[in-house]
Design a protein around this ligand. Structure first.
Ligand code: BTN
Length: 259
């Protein structure tokens, strides 16, 4: 690609069909080291992986489903949420630059939402060496030109649905590479303040009282932010009272569904 990046997307392997681009890269890494920035892009995944063991369903040939190899060996395992922030910001930047109107948000930890609907998801899998991250396989799925979704995904949307026009997939991938590199370099340069401020600015439902199901339990509360280690900070209400003025760290939030 004639790309304006230092390394992200300099090599793109395009596959017709694969189980999952994350799995494919992991298998390559078992055989040989890979360059940072390598992208594996599949037209079709027959076993696409989502977060928490779910699957990622994407109509073949109309969306972006790819993984990028990163080598954030400067990042300790305990700091891995910074990579989540950097990648979520890059996908959010790409999405918001693709149309004029609409509110782009990051639903904790790293789902990208437009007007309360999910447009993209990210699955980061790390390969560790001692206490450091040797490789990160950052799998990104963005709904680009898909117009109808499986009934199991009632809350999904795509760029085409929000912008009302068709997008060129390769041009989208190139734009995304630029954003990925931009935010990854902020991370590499330890610009945590910028990353943190930008992430919190886009955090879905921040400072809004919301009803949600937290690990399966109905709750009412207000998201105040995310701790440096990636835990969601929520103020909860008991009856009419706010339980704490201080944000309460809910360290075991694994699954948050807004009701
Ligand atoms: C989620 O929101 O649950 C994460 C979805 C991640 C999907 C992408 S598509 C490319 C890469 N390969 C996979 O198997 N999953 C990720």
């Amino acid at each position: 690609m004639g790309l304006n990046t230092l390394f992200v997307g300099h090599r793109v392997n395009v596959l017709d069909k694969v189980d999952s681009t994350n799995v494919y890269i992991r298998e390559l890494l078992e055989k040989a080291p890979l360059d940072e920035g390598l992208i594996v892009w599949a037209q079709e995944q027959y076993a696409g992986k989502g977060q928490r063991g779910s699957s990622w369903l994407s109509q073949p040939g109309v969306n972006l489903t790819f993984s990028v190899v990163l080598r954030p060996h400067f990042l300790a395992i305990k700091d891995q949420f910074w990579l989540t922030k950097a990648l979520a910001l890059s996908v959010a930047e790409f999405v918001s630059s693709s149309f004029d109107a609409g509110l782009v948000k990051i639903k904790w930890p790293n789902d990208i939402y437009v007007n309360d609907r999910k447009i993209a998801g990210i699955l980061i899998e790390n390969i560790l060496e001692k206490s450091l991250i040797k490789y990160s396989i950052a799998g990104i799925g963005v709904n680009i030109n898909q117009e109808t979704f499986d009934p199991s995904l009632p809350n999904a949307t795509s760029l085409k649905l929000v912008a009302g026009k068709e997008f060129d997939l390769r041009a989208c991938l190139e734009k995304l590479c630029v954003s990925i590199e931009k935010f990854y370099l902020l991370l590499r340069n330890a610009d945590y303040k910028k990353l943190d401020e930008s992430y919190h600015k886009l955090l879905y439902r921040k400072d809004i009282w919301s009803k949600f199901s937290l690990n399966g339990e109905p709750k009412e509360g207000m998201i105040k932010g995310v701790s440096p280690s990636g835990h969601l900070l929520i103020n909860t209400k008991t009856g009419a009272e706010i339980r704490s003025n201080e944000a309460l760290e809910v360290s075991d939030v694994k699954h948050l569904v807004f009701l």
